[in-house]
Design a protein around this ligand. Structure first.
Ligand code: 5GP
Length: 112
């Protein structure tokens, strides 16, 4: 199923892209929940974490390292939170796997 993130990957709709490589893309969330709110996505359209497979092991690790790199590049030296919403109860709205990077303010715990 095509999602809005496929369209961002294909440059069919605009996004503020902060990082790209062969396997991943990172861009600003259009509805930021913190001063810094970025999304890191694989170019391969895995709908959600629950549908990732053992063959995705390296890609999943790469996504975390991209998140680490992007967070450092945007200056989140005081900490940040990574979030993956998986499925309905977690509030997932776009069914293309993505890691939220949230930072730039203290983040409450537990999340809602
Ligand atoms: P989810 O709720 O699925 O974990 O997160 C989806 C995220 O995608 C939301 O934070 C939402 O603001 C963001 N989003 C939805 N549509 C667009 C879009 O067209 N462009 C960008 N940059 N972000 C989007």
């Amino acid at each position: 199923m095509t999602t809005i993130f496929d369209k961002i990957i294909r440059r069919q709709i605009p996004a503020s892209i902060v990082y790209e490589d062969d396997l991943t893309l990172a861009f600003k969330d259009v509805n930021p929940q913190a001063p810094v709110h970025l999304l890191v996505i694989p170019k391969e359209p895995i709908p959600q974490l629950a549908q990732a497979e053992p063959s995705h092991q390296a890609l999943l690790g790469h996504l975390l390292l991209v998140a680490q790199r992007v967070a450092a590049e945007v200056g989140l030296t005081n900490g940040y939170r990574l979030v993956i919403n998986n499925g309905q109860d977690a509030g997932q709205t776009v069914f293309h796997l993505h890691i939220h990077i949230l930072g730039g303010r203290p983040l409450a715990w537990p999340p809602g």
